[in-house]
Ligand binder design. Structure first.
Ligand code: ADP
Ligand code: MG
Length: 236
C-alpha cells in the first residue's frame, strides 16, 4: 500500500487584522501519497498559497498538524524548521525568484551552500540538476540573459539540487506562454516519474492541473471534498 508523505489534520490559519480575525484556512484534512503529483486549484484569495507555504514550512499554522514523512513540522521552532526546509523541500515560484547578480550555475548552487557538501560534490550536483532541465549550455548566463522559460528551468534545477522529497510549486506556469508552460509541466512530470518526487502545484490553469495525478480544490479556505467535485462536474 502506498504511504502518505503528507498528513494534514485539523489545520487552520487565521490572521489578525486590526480588531478582526480573518480565517484563511479552516479545518483542512489532506493526505498526499509519496510520489504523488497533486494540483491545487481554487479562486484567487481562497488560500492556495497559504496552504502551500504551510506544507513547505515557510509559514506556521494557527492550529492543527502537518506531518511530513512522520515529522509534525507545526511543532518545530524557527531554526529547526529552516533546517528541515533546507533538506526536505524544493520551491518553484511564479516569478522564478532567481538572484539577478548570480549566474544560472551559482543560483542552483545556492541551496547547497547550507549543506556540508564539498565544493567538488556541490559542483557535481549542480551539473546534474542543470542537465536534468536541459540547460547545461547556459551555466554562465545571468537571469536577465535568459528567457522566462529558461529562468523557470533554472529555478526547477535549484529546487531539485538538494534532492528534496517534496517539491512545491506556486503557479509555476503563470507567467509563461502556453508552449513554454507545457515544457515546464513536462519537466515536473519527469521529476515525479523518473525521480519519484512528490509534487504539490498550485495552478489556475485546468490544462496544467490535468498534468497532475489528482486535483484538489479550495473554496474560501475550505477543501472541497472530491466526491462533491465529481458530482458538480456531472451536473455541468
Ligand atoms: P491564493 O493563493 O488562493 O490567491 P492566499 O493564500 O494568497 O490566496 O490568500 C488567502 C487569503 O489570506 C487572502 O484573503 C489574503 O488577503 C489573506 N492573507 C494572506 N496572507 C496574509 C497576511 N500575511 N496577513 C493577512 N491576510 C493575509
Ligand atoms: Mg496564490
Amino acid at each position: 500500500m502506498a504511504e502518505s508523505l503528507i498528513r494534514i489534520r485539523d489545520l487552520s490559519k487565521s490572521y489578525q487584522r486590526g480588531g478582526q480575525r480573518i480565517d484563511v484556512l479552516v479545518d483542512i484534512q489532506l493526505d498526499v501519497l509519496r510520489g504523488e503529483f497533486v494540483a491545487l486549484m481554487g479562486p484567487s484569495g481562497s488560500g492556495k498559497s497559504t496552504l502551500l507555504n504551510l506544507i513547505a514550512g515557510i509559514d506556521q499554522p494557527s492550529s492543527g498538524r502537518i506531518e511530513i514523512a512522520g515529522v509534525d513540522i507545526a511543532t518545530l521552532g524557527e531554526g529547526a524548521l529552516a533546517d528541515w526546509r533546507a533538506s526536505h523541500v524544493g520551491f518553484i515560484f511564479q516569478f522564478y525568484n532567481l538572484m539577478p547578480v548570480l549566474t544560472a550555475f551559482e543560483n542552483v548552487e545556492l541551496p547547497l551552500l547550507l549543506t556540508g557538501l564539498s565544493r567538488k560534490q556541490r559542483h557535481a550536483h549542480v551539473h546534474a540538476a542543470l542537465e536534468m532541465v536541459h540547460l547545461s549550455d547556459r551555466l554562465d548566463h545571468r537571469p536577465n540573459e535568459l528567457s522566462g522559460g529558461q529562468q523557470q528551468r533554472v529555478a526547477i534545477a535549484r529546487a531539485l539540487v538538494t534532492d528534496p522529497t517534496l517539491i512545491v510549486a506556486d503557479e509555476p506556469t503563470g507567467d509563461l506562454d502556453r508552449h513554454t508552460g507545457e515544457e515546464i509541466l513536462k519537466l515536473l512530470q519527469d521529476l515525479q516519474r523518473t525521480l519519484g518526487k512528490t509534487i504539490v502545484m498550485v495552478t489556475h490553469d485546468p490544462k496544467a492541473a490535468a498534468c497532475a495525478g489528482r486535483l484538489i480544490h479550495l473554496e474560501k479556505g475550505v477543501l472541497v471534498p472530491e466526491e462533491a467535485m465529481a458530482s458538480a462536474a456531472r451536473e455541468h
